[in-house]
Design a protein around this ligand. Structure first.
Ligand SMILES: Nc1nc2c(ncn2[C@@H]2O[C@H](COP(=O)(O)OP(=O)(O)OP(=O)(O)O)[C@@H](O)[C@H]2O)c(=O)[nH]1
Ligand SMILES: [Mg+2]
Length: 205
């Protein structure tokens, strides 16, 4: 898919105030600093579309980016990090869970995990919550440039195996990416393309 346009539309903390056009959208969620905003910039080939930072906690609010005038990428704050209090560190903020529960045009969520790390309880908890709420998701492994190919495959398989041992009957679809090396760009965009096609075909029907 060619990205002809990619524009920031709005930021807010209320799902009811998100864009009211009924277009397919894809949300990026995961621990702070995992690379959600960087991945949006890599996919769109716009270096500064979403704000990134080496320090966790950069993205606040729900950020909508309109792509090719007919679908949205949504950048969300990370979980698992809170500058303010230890107590709120582990919980998912209410406006984020409201977004997932109420946003009907959310066709797929991408849960980002750092390919260098073992499955983390907070990610497992969040994916389990998505599953229980019937919210479709894929896993995106990030920062693949940090590892050798053999280690990438080993970590991916270990991760998916752990998921299926603990909670899931079947492993979710997944993508291996690197924002700094543009790895996985075509795969993620073709996936989005096919989901978009299905969305518009169903809309017409
Ligand atoms: N080597 C490498 N670094 C990356 C990659 N993706 C992101 N980073 C770095 O990771 C840090 C965090 O990136 P962000 O995109 O801001 O992460 P985020 O998940 O949006 O973080 P929050 O908004 O704080 O939740 C930055 O220093 C990025 O340069 C990648 O694919 N490879
Ligand atoms: Mg961010």
């Amino acid at each position: 898919m060619k990205i002809k346009s990619a524009n920031f539309v709005m930021s807010n903390s209320e799902v009811s105030k998100c864009p009211n056009e009924y277009l397919p959208e894809y949300a990026f969620i995961g621990r702070s600093n995992v690379g959600k905003s960087s991945l949006i910039n890599m996919l769109t080939e716009r270096k500064h579309l979403a704000k990134t930072s080496g320090r966790p906690g950069k993205t606040q609010l729900i950020n909508h980016f309109k792509i090719n005038d007919n679908w949205f990428l949504v950048d969300l704050p990370g979980y698992g990090y809170a500058r303010v209090s230890k107590k709120s560190k582990k919980t998912f903020q209410k406006y984020i869970t409201n977004y997932f529960e109420q946003r009907e045009q959310l066709v797929c969520s991408f849960v980002l995990v750092d390919i260098r790390h073992e499955p983390q309880p907070i990610d497992m908890e969040f994916m389990q919550w998505l599953g229980e709420n019937g919210i479709p998701f894929c896993i995106i492994f990030t920062k693949a440039d940090k590892l050798k190919p053999a280690v990438i495959m080993k970590n991916v398989h270990g991760y998916l195996q752990k998921m299926t041992e603990d909670i899931w009957e079947e492993a979710p679809d997944y993508f291996v990416t690197s924002s700094s090396k543009a790895i996985g760009r075509d795969e993620v965009l073709s996936f989005i393309d096919s989901v978009n096609e299905e969305f518009f075909a169903n809309k017409k029907a």
